[in-house]
Design a protein around this ligand. Sequence first.
Ligand SMILES: C[C@H](C(=O)O)C(=O)SCCNC(=O)CCNC(=O)[C@H](O)C(C)(C)COP(=O)(O)OP(=O)(O)OC[C@H]1O[C@@H](n2cnc3c(N)ncnc32)[C@H](O)[C@@H]1OP(=O)(O)O
Length: 526
Amino acid sequence: MTRESESGLPIEPVYGPEALGDWDPAEKLGEPGGYPFTRGVYPSMYTGRPWTMRQYAGFGTASESNARYKQLIANGTMGLSVAFDLPTQMGHDSDAPIAHGEVGKVGVAIDSIDDMLVLFDGIPLDKVSTSMTINAPAALLLLLYQLVGEEQGVSADRLTGTIQNDVLKEYIARGTYIFPPKPSLRLIADIFAYCRAEIPKWNTISISGYHMAEAGASPAQEIAFTLADGIEYVRTAVAAGMDVDDFAPRLSFFFVSRTTILEEVAKFRAARRIWARVMREEFGAKNPKSLMLRFHTQTAGVQLTAQQPEVNLVRVAVQGLAAVLGGTQSLHTNSFDEAIALPTDKSARLALRTQQVLAYETDVTATVDPFAGSYVVEKLTDEVEAATVELMAKVEELGGAVSAIEHGFQKGEIERNAYRIALETDAGERVVVGVNRFKLDEEEPYEPLRVDPAIEAQQAARLGGLRAARDQDAVDAALAALQKAAAGSDNVLYPMKDALRARATVGEVCNALREVWGTYVPTDAF
Ligand SMILES: C[C@H](C(=O)O)C(=O)SCCNC(=O)CCNC(=O)[C@H](O)C(C)(C)COP(=O)(O)OP(=O)(O)OC[C@H]1O[C@@H](n2cnc3c(N)ncnc32)[C@H](O)[C@@H]1OP(=O)(O)O
């Protein structure tokens, strides 16, 4: 009767005290808010402050997205989370030939400071924290945000938010990389140093396992490869001359939450424990904040179904519950129609309401780490930890995260697991309600939200106007200064900010860097 968990660990029908053997709560748990942070990063957790309800959103033009953000804020969202379209994520302007057909589709199109000003129009940046899912061009969007703050009279030291800025997982699972690993890591170290000096409350990176999970990673793979990426970033910054306690408190993480509640709770607890140990033992971090794994969670998009889409409301509630029981700092609950298209206003509101029910109608927020001491969850926490540590050791044997990526290791492991899941689903061994069991003879029609294709022409016209009106000599000089810094060792963010202020576009800044750093071509083993 033993079942296998998503990481391939046994789940027994019954657990008792013997399952934990000589398990020592002082060593394994500590106090909430104390080493090894198994029970959460803050002493009072949600009894002191609920997690941040942060719904990922953005589509079409800056003004459409601005309207959606205002709606989310009116509905009670506590932080913003910006989705950019693919051309922005790849550092191309909306009028670049390669952008054709993608403008405004999976997120908002941002070409320049002009768009960014519209995106945050009427949203006071000193009152809201903003996450931006942007990776290779993360520095640009951060600087544009800072420039908007300057326009609003909000000084940089009051800005709060996060850039995803995690390029290593782009090579592994997500795909929006531009530059090769070496200059990418250097750019990330420049961002750490810049934020330390200029925007001290900014979370400089969101080291992400979510996309690996979407690509098929098991929970143990998800946290092992994510923490290994984290280690690579810490090593890079230390090698660039930074003290670990100068940047580690502003590292943050991003994980998935699946419907398998018990293992997910164990996963979050194990991840906190491993990170605290690595930071203390390998990097000698002294500041307790450097040891704290703070993370955002998104409910598992990959588990949503296009069939009987309303069933996704139930899945999302279960997944959100797992994230909360696991001690997340920030949460996005997916909308039920996301397997079909972008969420409508109504489905986006329902997704947020799901979090509000969890926070204000259940009792799971009344006490910290409610699963502590549960035989099964403590046992699974130990086992997920052991499986993760073993996988991290394999990454180390290959020379660390970058070298393992170049060997195709993480991608290969994830793809093998994805294949296993697909086979199990096809064979009906893995039940997916509405897909391989409990199907309807005929699905009810559903009218999804569609992005207007005219947006591309509108953005191109805006860009034409911008290029005609700006001081081109100032732009050229600023881009030349940026290229000089990129070719040398000065922090590139200072000249980059000058270029963006002079209204250089996202595509122009990225092209200037492409000329110096080149672009990454994957060595695909599969
Ligand atoms: C799939 C899709 C895709 O495109 O592929 C994506 O990638 S979407 C990806 C979307 N990604 C995201 O949205 C990432 C979101 N990430 C974040 O917001 C951050 O990185 C985060 C995980 C650290 C969460 O930051 P946050 O500001 O929301 O929450 P924090 O935990 O930092 O809390 C805010 C402040 O309240 C304080 N605080 C919180 N709780 C407590 C408590 N119980 N007691 C005392 N203080 C507390 C914190 O110390 C902090 O203050 P102080 O700062 O002063 O200490």
